[in-house]
Design a protein around this ligand. Sequence first.
Ligand code: ATP
Ligand code: MG
Length: 139
Amino acid sequence: MATNRTFTMIKPDAVEAGNIGGILNMITEAGFKIVSLKLTQLTTADAQAFYAVHNARPFFGELVEFMTRGPIVAAILEKDNAVEAFRTLIGATNPADAAEGTIRKKYAKSIGENAVHGSDSDENAAIEGAFHFAGREQF
Ligand code: ATP
Ligand code: MG
């Protein structure tokens, strides 16, 4: 159900740094069930579509370049109140502002290269999950 699922990506910086295992461990330790999981890579068109809401922002080109430069891990996660609970677990966009114990506090390098994505609404969680996973891949 949309209200207890969210979508995440482990971004290229964290995959390059060997942090897939550490981040998935924090996610499961926090009580999220993994519903879908894959290693994949975004094309330029994928990244432009995924972050279309930011296409007028000055950092858009840099964001697309970053998100396409290497593999990402895509996942659908399940927990009560998943969207909000996961945003709390990942911490602020800028790791300098991220709370202790959050994924971005531990693994993010900068406001641009910030290790993980988390959906910002139930509606976007459903759209983003469907962008990456066919129904038969959602357990
Ligand atoms: P995400 O959507 O990836 O979970 P977020 O919701 O915390 O992150 P958004 O405001 O949606 O933050 O920004 C999307 C992404 O764009 C950020 O995670 C970051 O990678 C990049 N970004 C945001 N602000 C900046 C900035 N000022 N400079 C460079 N990159 C930025
Ligand atoms: Mg966002």
